[in-house]
Design a protein around this ligand. Structure first.
Ligand code: C2E
Ligand code: MG
Ligand code: MG
Ligand code: MG
Length: 280
């Protein structure tokens, strides 16, 4: 009987696996067409300076509407990475976002752009040239661009990755560690890569004021960042209490639904011209 149950459990597990594999294959097959059909869009989430409440940057976040269905990035970025389509997709996001932010800057909005990188994008042969070309063609100054990486990216091809990111930094581009604190080697990463910024993962920020350990860890990360001369950004701010504590800790910048949701390009322009509601 135990054997029978065990066997059934394996079957259920296999069925789940199967559904997941099928979904990934379907997504992979659709990605190529989606790219050709312009089904992707970029949304922008404001990042505010916590001391002044001023929007200092926007983070570009890719969006895919597959027909009427929204597919979250976490569902298609993996298949895009596996098929290599992440390379042309990321290049499109890079150009689109650089052009849009350069246009806002031209209309005298003094903001920067933060972009998420994928590992395959970095290891692609012309990565450094592609980024500098996008800057040159859009007119966006290198110092207005921040590239976000996660620790996992330094596991494979670490030397190539560090080398390319360092080349871009030498051009004036800023580097950020995204989801800081969740990887297995946050501190080692800081030693290997010349970064300007750390972004504290929402799993810490969520516990602010509610969980003593998470509050203490957040405070420690903020202090560590400052001691190293880094800009510290808190992600996933949803409650006023979190904002208050982060300000008190001296965290540099904040991002989250309370401060502003990711929005289409036209939303950014009007947001920037009216003061933020929730952060005063
Ligand atoms: P991330 O870079 O850490 O981006 C932050 C994610 O948190 C975004 O999810 C954003 O919509 C969400 N978020 C922001 N504020 C809040 C909040 O207050 N509460 C909660 N619950 N969530 C919040 P999104 O857009 O689904 O992106 C997920 C991840 O996908 C990103 O995490 C990033 O790793 C990746 N990603 C997104 N766009 C791109 C892209 O253009 N290229 C690459 N390579 N990766 C991307
Ligand atoms: Mg990010
Ligand atoms: Mg993050
Ligand atoms: Mg993330």
């Amino acid at each position: 009987r135990a054997k029978e149950l065990g066997g059934r459990r394996v079957e259920v597990f296999a069925a789940h696996m199967h559904a997941d594999v099928v979904r990934r294959l379907e997504i992979a097959a659709d990605l190529q067409r989606a790219l050709l059909d312009n089904q992707f869009a970029v949304e922008y989430q404001p990042v505010v300076d916590l001391a002044t409440s001023r929007v200092t940057a926007v983070e570009a976040l890719v969006r895919w509407w597959r027909g009427n269905t929204f597919v979250p990035p976490e569902q298609f970025l993996g298949p895009a990475e596996d098929t290599g389509l992440i390379v042309p997709l990321s290049e499109w996001i890079l150009r689109e976002a650089c052009n849009e932010v350069a246009a806002w800057r031209a209309s005298s909005l003094d903001i920067g752009l933060s972009l998420n990188l994928s590992l395959r994008q970095i290891t692609a042969p012309r990565f450094v040239e592609t980024v500098s070309q996008a800057l040159a063609e859009s007119g966006l100054p290198a110092s207005a661009l921040t590239l976000e990486v996660i620790e996992e990216m330094l596991v494979e091809d670490a030397e190539d990755t560090i080398n390319k990111l360092s080349q871009l930094r030498a051009l004036g581009v800023r580097l950020a560690i995204d989801d800081f604190g969740t990887g297995y080697a946050s501190l080692a990463f800081l030693r290997q890569l010349p970064v300007d910024m750390i972004k504290i993962d929402p799993s810490f920020v969520s516990g602010l004021g509610r969980d003593e350990t998470l509050t203490l860890l957040t405070r420690t990360i903020v202090r560590l960042g400052h001691d190293l001369g880094l800009i510290v950004v808190a992600e996933g701010i949803e409650r006023p209490e979190q904002l208050e504590l982060l300000r008190e800790m001296g965290c540099t910048r904040g991002q989250g639904y309370l401060v502003g949701r990711p929005m289409a390009a036209r939303g950014v322009d009007s947001l920037m011209r009216t003061p933020l509601q929730n952060t005063a």
